[in-house]
Write a protein that binds this ligand. Sequence first.
Ligand SMILES: Nc1ncnc2c1ncn2[C@@H]1O[C@H](COP(=O)(O)OP(=O)(O)OP(=O)(O)O)[C@@H](O)[C@H]1O
Ligand SMILES: [Mg+2]
Length: 376
Amino acid sequence: MHVTHLSLADFRSYARVEVPLDPGVTAFVGANGQGKTNLVEAVGYLASLGSHRVSSDAPLVRMGAERAVIRAAVTQGERSQLVELELNPGKANRARINRSSQVRPRDVLGIVRTVLFAPEDLALVKGDPGERRRFLDELVTARSPRMAGVRSDYERVLKQRNTLLKSAAMARRHGGRSMDLSTLDVWDQHLGRVGAELLAQRLDLIATMQPLTDKAYADVAPGGGPVTLEYRSSVGAEVSPARTRDELYAQLIAALAEVRKQEIERGVTLVGPHRDDLVLGLRGMPAKGYGSHGESWSYALALRLASYELLSSEGNEPVLVLDDVFAELDARRRERLAELVAPGEQVLVTAAVDDDVPGVLAGTRYAVAAGEVERL
Ligand SMILES: Nc1ncnc2c1ncn2[C@@H]1O[C@H](COP(=O)(O)OP(=O)(O)OP(=O)(O)O)[C@@H](O)[C@H]1O
Ligand SMILES: [Mg+2]
């Protein structure tokens, strides 16, 4: 798929901007702080309902404005659609498809698909487990948009279960009445049901991504691998993609039973997908803590390239977004990455310096300066 028009109102630094887009490569070039990333961040938001830079919506709304609107015209094969999201920080966001009546924001997932490379990706390798869980869950959702509902159900159940545990912990400390444990049993079942679904999807994703990531790593850093993706679950070592959903459910329930005493002491849910990690192995060692800076970068690139392979092979080719990545790479890896992404249906690149954009990515250029986006 590709975006044929992007239109923003009160998004980040833009009061209003209209950007017509072609398939193939488009590069946004301009000095620091001029609004290049803001443009591609908006495209990424349509694909994931989140920003790759911030975790809340408030910074996305232009300072002083109440709401932001992102609108995009999208073409996939013969089909064209118009998607629109209105961001209302602190209130519910709104969405429309083809100017018709309102839909839930999560209903727009799947219309715009992106794989976004950014300097922030280094955190995938070097950062906390939460970074890798988000990576997995965003990809799980890109593969299957209905998982957005499962993820939000999981968040909700977890929050409510934690609230219950917290009040149990308080009661215990202050010698109050002990909790009715049957209520907790019910929440265990909810958590187990949604959690098993999320686990199953993550495990299947990792199994599929393993060979793709190994190949992508060999493409960006020849001879530097092999790489291995290993899911480390709080639920236990026996969690594997070979398990059925029912087995995962049973494992999760058993793991919850095992830690229940500690959970009541500490007032927090100690096992489940929210406590898991993806261990990124490089030549038999974890990349985190062992890999060099350059290796970590190559790993992050490989994960994104593998995501692109995966989503493309499963039907609808995503838009490739490369936000400021060339400046971070040495000349050899820059050329390799450029060659790998150049054939993409649509590639959006940002760079502060024109010369940072490799020659094979010749395409449409836009100059971005002081909120104006001008075709060169
Ligand atoms: N909510 C907001 N309201 C108004 N301005 C904002 C808002 N959020 C960010 N900005 C402004 O947007 C600018 C940053 O835009 P952006 O990140 O797109 O820059 P860039 O062109 O990608 O720069 P760089 O080359 O440094 O990456 C900053 O000057 C910032 O002050
Ligand atoms: Mg930028």
